[in-house]
Ligand binder design. Structure first.
Ligand code: PBG
Length: 337
């Protein structure tokens, strides 16, 4: 018997957390959260034309694709077991105008792509955005009158666009433009058009964030945008206001909720899951992706490790899934085990 009492023994007594961490098998046994391919939604960028795979400089590894190439890529995503994609179009400049009228073209790039995916890759879900920013000459998500983004007029247009997107085959409408009353209006519009089965994933809490920079390069809105989006996106300082906004979306009929950006707003993910019990998704946005890529490419962090870690953290925070530009890479990694 040795009588040498370490100070630590007096403090911990019988409580030793490291027993469960001592071996790979104990760690696997007690792991609380897991990331699977079923958690992934893959956002993709579309361009007009044929045979185009155009790298986005600010997002290494991410391309803008013409519809034919996107069909091939989406087939690969489906084969890997990814449940859904989310599409964002880079519309020709000459088609952009003050009101984003090209969103009401039934055959616009977005709708053309949806129809192609539904035809050639029927077993993957297609999620489409109804924000006007890819279609406006000023890069704002709504209709600009003077220097005001007009709410109700924008909602009317968004509803018409949502019905057209559903007509083209979209499975879930994901409105990201943060106008008031849009979820209820879209729900009524879809139902009136016979699209009762088309869901709504609300970008319920979309913050006015600097993390969207690379995305704006990807769809060529960065050079257009005058001012900021502070009059419709949420102030990054406000968590309770975000919950209130999401509450309205739930009352108006949202089927799923989204938090955007992801990691810096992970407290909101948790609060939303606790508050509503609805499926909650995080959007690991372009700036989050590019940060990880850039640091990885410089050898400053282990990119693969941080990629997997961040996505697992979303699961721990209560998310049901993540929109991530890493989706294909992650799905391949998970398939290898
Ligand atoms: N409706 C706008 C929209 N749709 C998708 C993103 C960002 C996605 C990303 O950064 O990955 C944004 C934000 C913006 O440009 O203000």
């Amino acid at each position: 018997m040795h009588d040498k009492t370490h100070l630590v023994d007096q403090i911990t007594g019988h409580r030793r957390m490291r027993r469960n961490r001592k071996a790979d098998w104990t760690r696997r046994l007690v792991q609380e959260n897991h990331l699977t391919v079923n958690d992934l939604i893959w956002p993709i960028f579309l361009v007009p034309g044929k045979g185009i795979i155009d790298p986005i400089p600010a997002m290494p590894g991410v391309n803008r694709m013409s519809v034919d190439k996107a069909v091939e890529a989406v087939k690969q995503a489906a084969d890997l077991g990814i449940p859904a994609i989310a599409t964002f179009p880079n519309i020709e400049m000459e088609k952009r105008d003050q009101t984003g009228s090209a969103i009401l073209d039934a055959n616009n790039l977005l709708n053309e792509a949806t129809a192609a995916f539904k035809k050639h890759v029927p077993n993957i879900g297609v999620i489409t955005d109804v924000a006007l920013d890819p279609f406006t000459s000023h890069g704002h998500d709504g209709i600009l009158r003077g220097d005001i983004i007009v709410n109700d007029e924008t909602v009317d247009q968004v509803v018409r666009a949502a019905v057209m997107q559903a007509d083209a085959g979209s499975d879930i409408i994901a409105p990201s433009e943060m106008m008031d009353g849009r979820i209820g209006a879209i729900r009524r519009g879809l139902d009136a058009a016979g699209h009762q089965d088309v869901g709504i994933m609300s970008y319920a809490t979309k913050f006015s964030s600097g993390y969207y920079g690379p995305y704006r390069e990807a769809i060529s809105t960065s050079g257009l945008l005058k001012g900021d989006k502070n009059s419709y996106y949420i102030n990054p300082a406000n968590g309770t206001e975000a919950l209130r906004d999401a509450t309205l979306d739930v009352e108006e009929g949202a089927d799923m909720l989204m938090v955007k950006p992801g990691l810096p707003y992970i407290d909101i993910c948790w609060r939303m899951k606790e508050a509503f019990g609805l499926p909650v998704f995080a959007y690991q946005v372009s700036g989050e992706y590019s940060q990880i890529k850039a640091a990885g490419m410089n050898g400053w962090i282990d990119e693969q490790r941080v990629m997997m870690e961040t996505l697992l953290c979303f699961k721990r925070a209560g998310c049901d899934g993540i929109l991530t530009y890493f989706a294909i890479e992650v799905a391949k990694k998970l398939a290898k085990g």
